[in-house]
Design a protein around this ligand. Structure first.
Ligand SMILES: [Zn+2]
Ligand SMILES: [Zn+2]
Length: 211
């Protein structure tokens, strides 16, 4: 039996009492209930705080993982482009350029045979890409041409020549036929060129739809 007095832990009571057991902290059962309820409520609050903390951590972790995956994909894409040969970027740029030429000349007949027909049209280079790589992205050098003229008549050049001179003028024709400095394209420049022509095509289509 303990002789020492203790104060009740119930903050609304704080009365003195003589504990019968080592771990007795309240003077009467009602005070014990108050203390138990307060303890439970404190624990519940702590549990909620911890749940909230875990949720936040999980969210942060998920965002971090998503960012890492995104970065990984980007790096992967860059690596994929880095191992592509320059010709890959040329073909992308050329296809955007050719698309622009076909759009620009949409209302015009084939530059060589002068026909309007339902078949397929190409963007036909006057000076060929192989013989004159410096003029492969020259707008005066490329015009809408029907597939038969472009593919089966080697460009139908005897008819292309007078029609081209008529279309762009003698002066531009001579500039086109004159010497051109050979350009060393980089991947970035070719990507920019492709983007430039995609943009030009979009603007042209929008402009026409607006009229
Ligand atoms: Zn009490
Ligand atoms: Zn033709």
């Amino acid at each position: 039996m303990r002789k020492t007095r203790r104060r009740c832990k119930n903050p609304d009571c704080r009365g003195w009492f003589h504990p019968r057991f080592q771990n007795e902290w309240w003077c009467k059962p009602e005070c014990g209930a108050v203390i138990a309820l307060a303890k439970r409520s404190k624990e519940k609050k702590k549990e909620i705080r911890e749940q909230e903390k875990r949720r936040k951590e999980a969210r942060r972790e998920s965002i971090k993982r998503k960012k890492e995956a995104q970065q990984e994909r980007r790096h992967h894409q860059i690596r994929k482009l880095e191992v592509k040969p320059l010709s890959y970027f040329h073909s992308k740029a050329q296809s955007a350029f050719n698309q622009y030429i076909r759009t620009r000349d949409a209302e015009q007949p084939c530059i060589s045979c002068g026909r309007h027909h339902e078949g397929k049209y190409d963007a036909g280079h006057y000076r060929t890409r192989g013989a004159s790589p410096a003029t492969r992205y020259d707008e005066t050098n490329c015009h809408k041409q029907c597939a038969p003229c472009n593919q089966h008549l080697s460009g139908n050049i005897e008819n292309y020549t007078p029609n081209l001179i008529e279309k762009i003028g003698q002066e531009a024709f001579e500039v086109l036929m004159g010497p051109h400095p050979v350009k060393k394209w980089t991947r970035e420049e070719l990507e920019q060129l492709a983007a430039h022509y995609r943009q030009k095509t979009r603007e042209l289509i929008k402009q026409r739809e607006g009229v």
